[in-house]
Each structure stands twice: as C-alpha cells, then as structure tokens.
Design a protein around this ligand. Sequence first.
Ligand code: G
Ligand code: MN
Length: 267
Amino acid sequence: MSLPVHPIERRERTDRRRSEPHPVTEDLADALTANAIELLFQPQWRSSDGALVGAEALVRWEHPDHGTLAGDALVAIAQSGGIARRLSRHIARAALNAAAQWPDHLRLALNVTAMDLFDRTFGEELLAMLADTGFPASRLTLEITEQALVADLDRSAAKLEALAGEDIRIALDDFGAGFCNFRYLKVLPLDALKLDKSMLDGVTEGERDLAVLRAIVAMARALDLTVIAEGVESAEQRDIVTREGCDVWQGYLGARPEPAADFASRF
Ligand code: G
Ligand code: MN
C-alpha cells in the first residue's frame, strides 16, 4: 500500500527530478565557461633515434566529487548534457593554440569523435581554427577510433577525404582493441595506425602476441602506414616495438600526459 503524498511534496519531488538529471554536465558546462578544463599533452618519440616528434592532446577534468574524468567518460558526460560540441571545440582550440608555439618539427595529434566527424560544420571550423592559431594543417593528425567510423563507412571515408585533402593526417586509433574491420584499411584515407595498448600487453612473454604484432606491422608497411605504438610501459616493450618496426611510440615509460608547460620544457 502506498502512502498518500501531499500535493506540495509531489511537486517538489518532480521539480527536483527535473532540475538535476545530470548535475555533472552542469558542472562541466560551468568548467568550460570558466576555462577550467585542462588539456594535457603526451609526448611521442621516434623509435629509430628517440627523437621527440610530437604529442597527443588529452583532456582531463578534476571533478571535486567524481574525481578525474577523462577521454571517453568525459565525452559521454558532455553528450548526455548536449554540450559535446562545445567540449570538442574547446579541446581543438586549446590544443592548436598550445601547439602553435611548438617548433616546426613537432606534430599535434587530436582525438576526434564520431559526432565531430559527422557534424556538418566540424571541418570548416577546424580549418578556421588552424588559420586563427597559425598551426599548419600539415602538422596535424586526427585520431579516429573505429567505433567512430562504424556508423557509416562511406560517409566517414568522404569526411576523412575532405580533411586529408587539406593535408591533415588521419590515424586509426586503438587498433586491435575492437573488431579491426579490415575494410577500414581499404576504404579510408589513412596515414597511420595507432596500435592499442592491448596489442603490446603480452609481447614480452608470448610468441603469439609477438606474431600478431609482427603481422600487423607488416600489413601496415604494405599499406604505407606509419605505425604508432601506444601504452608503452617498459623499456622491454619499447625495444620490441622498435625492433618490430613501429615508427613512433608513446606511453608511461616516456611520459604521462603532462601540462603544456611541462611538454614545452622538452624542447
Ligand atoms: O586511445 P587513446 O590514444 O586516446 O589513448 C590515450 C589514453 O591512454 C590516455 O587516457 C592516456 O592517459 C592513456 N595512456 C597513455 N599511455 C599509457 C600507458 O603507457 N599505459 C596506460 N595504462 N595508459 C596509457
Ligand atoms: Mn588517441
């Protein structure tokens, strides 16, 4: 038997539910307005000689109650609050602004979501931001996960072709973590393959893991793709990816994602 609810109580309850569906998204909107979302940069090194070649921009937000929110979790929060566009523009602008101060030989890698890619004005806005910040398109790599492409491969290809036509490079991110649909490799204008951390997990112990890595690198070579190994945590892993022909590596062994000023102290 349910207890009768006083009309005023009922109204209060409904109001409360309506006004706090996603308190975190409201905090995120405030943080964006206050410019309190920090952008970090994780260095990338060339395997052959250890030279610094660039960095991946990664967004991170310290929430007072929820702790550190980053990457996909942060994007999901923004999407549920209808501010994903705002977040992605903020990230792109802040990253390009920082990278515009870097020496010419360093590249910037920026993560792009499915929503960005299919957003009608994303390409245009990105080009405008490149022009505004003075960062050359030819030094920009967009990292796209296969989840982002799954929705509509032909349309994804067309969107990426347009960006590639502007000299922007395209990397397939997290390769090896998902379904690894080989049609992506045939259809998309890719420049680089970024191997997921899970591809490296067993390479120091298992022959099978090593065989898979070797085969993927051979395939990437045949397709003229740059291979980037992500999530390198030990010197042994770094030596293996170097020996096996990965062109670039990134991971905690070298550096965690760091503030722009720390990254700038490396050059
Ligand atoms: O998939 P994507 O390129 O966006 O991956 C970057 C993420 O991986 C970041 O969240 C970053 O902090 C994390 N990351 C980077 N290097 C390492 C590493 O060496 N080990 C682990 N566990 N995570 C890493
Ligand atoms: Mn990435």
